[in-house]
Design a protein around this ligand. Structure first.
Ligand code: COA
Length: 379
């Protein structure tokens, strides 16, 4: 194979079929099961979107009620898992804790290897219901507070706030979070989803696929970017400093977090919806810090587009939005997982329904074949 045939980073390679979502970079659009994501984000609750991603159709009222009842039944992580979270290294990144916790869920589930459609669905729903609780428990334990149990009377997003803070904030704040859940839920063959599919393709179990996907999402070039965005905004410090900061950073050839995308080159279709929800939340919160973060992000966005024609991706508005909701920065990528578990598990089911072991070729660039010399003749 000649080097020119190698597709570095698999860029431009179509690796399989999917009916879960469609990314259309030419029109900057994204659909889940045929529905535009901005339509779903503004007209549906995240629970409806999760149902759609797994069941291929939006639910009727009766279907949604049954789905929500099933999700609520699955809430409540085991005492052993709660103990494990308390025992893990408190200085570790929460993505490492989450990766270990999901691996533990798989180890504790005697049906882990049941990859029948029903088995996959049950485990997907269990992870969907329990990952928020793992993330919230770790958030509180890391901050020296006792975990708060799930409240089965609350909706999915409301329950997450309840488990993190012991209260549910204003509807605009919950809505902003719920919209981010829908926007993060699915995005075709990104690195973590492809990781999940690759693991599933060896007929390993769904928990292993999700554990691997968490490891992939952690990286700052993928899910970790929402955290990096907030670190960057803290470094920028003020709206007054934003334009100069960006110009200096570009001059220094820094990689600006929250900008650019492997697929979208003219803007990320999810950004306007998230930015709008972020602005509405800033209006409701109304603090000087909230206004400053909003102004700062507007200036950074405009400067980057003006100077480089590189547009923000979804992590750019979600970083400061999560910060204003009261979350600490290390929880941002685990929050991404709270949502993306839907897309990952839908892809695992799709992979297994028409499985082909993922096994690409490589272009060998090492030394030519040679003989093994007796040890006294080496060196
Ligand atoms: N900051 C500065 N320059 C950037 C940039 C960024 N965030 N994103 C792209 N560029 C530059 C590249 O360095 C490249 O410059 P060059 O032509 O001088 O080499 C040019 O823009 C074109 O890059 P492109 O091929 O479009 O990007 P990519 O596909 O290689 O990389 C990312 C895509 C996502 C890895 C990259 O944009 C990035 O690292 N972004 C920051 C991390 C981030 O926000 N990740 C979340 C993605 S959802």
């Amino acid at each position: 194979m000649s080097e020119s045939e190698v597709k570095y980073g698999l860029a431009g390679v179509v690796a399989d079929d999917t009916a879960v979502s469609k990314v259309m970079p030419e029109t900057n659009s994204l659909t889940y099961r045929g529905y535009a994501v901005q339509d779903l984000a503004t007209k549906c609750r995240f629970e409806e979107v999760a149902y759609l991603i797994w069941n291929k159709e939006l639910p009727t009222k009766a279907q949604l009620d049954a789905f929500n009842a099933g999700e609520k039944r699955e809430r409540g992580i085991s005492a052993e898992l709660l103990t494990l979270i308390g025992m893990l290294n408190a200085k570790a990144h929460p993505m490492d804790t989450l990766r270990t916790a999901i691996s533990f869920m798989g180890q504790a589930d005697n049906t882990a290897n049941d990859s029948s459609p029903k088995g996959l669905y049950e485990k997907s729903l269990r992870m969907f219901a329990q990952i928020p609780e793992i993330v919230a428990a770790d958030f509180r334990v890391r901050n020296g507070q006792a975990p708060i149990a799930a409240d089965r009377s609350l909706g999915f997003s409301e329950n997450f706030f309840h488990m993190c803070f012991g209260r549910v904030p204003q509807p605009e704040v919950v809505k902003c979070f719920d919209i981010s859940m829908t926007l993060y839920a699915e995005h075709s063959f990104n690195a973590s989803t492809f990781t999940a599919r690759t693991i599933a393709s060896s007929l390993s179990d769904i928990y292993s696929a999700v554990t691997g996907a968490v490891g992939s999402l952690k990286g700052p070039l993928h899910g970790g970017a929402n955290e990096a965005v907030m670190h960057m905004l803290k470094e920028v410090g003020s709206a007054k400093n934003a334009e100069k900061w960006m110009l200096d950073a570009l001059k220094a050839k820094r990689n600006i977090m929250g900008f650019g995308h492997r697929v979208y080159k003219k803007g990320d279709s999810r950004v306007p919806t998230m930015t709008d929800a972020f602005r509405k939340m800033v209006d409701v919160i109304g603090t000087p810090e909230a206004r400053e973060l909003w102004e700062m992000s507007r200036i950074l966005d405009a400067t980057m587009v003006r100077e480089k024609n590189i547009y923000p991706n979804l992590d750019f508005p979600t970083g400061p939005a999560y910060y204003l909701m009261g979350f600490d920065i290390p929880i941002f990528t685990p929050i991404f997982v709270v949502s993306r578990i839907t897309g990952w598990t839908a892809h695992v089911a799709e992979q297994l329904a028409a499985n082909k072991l993922v096994r690409p070729l490589s272009n060998y660039v090492g030394v030519a074949q040679r003989d093994v010399l007796p040890i006294e003749r080496r060196g």
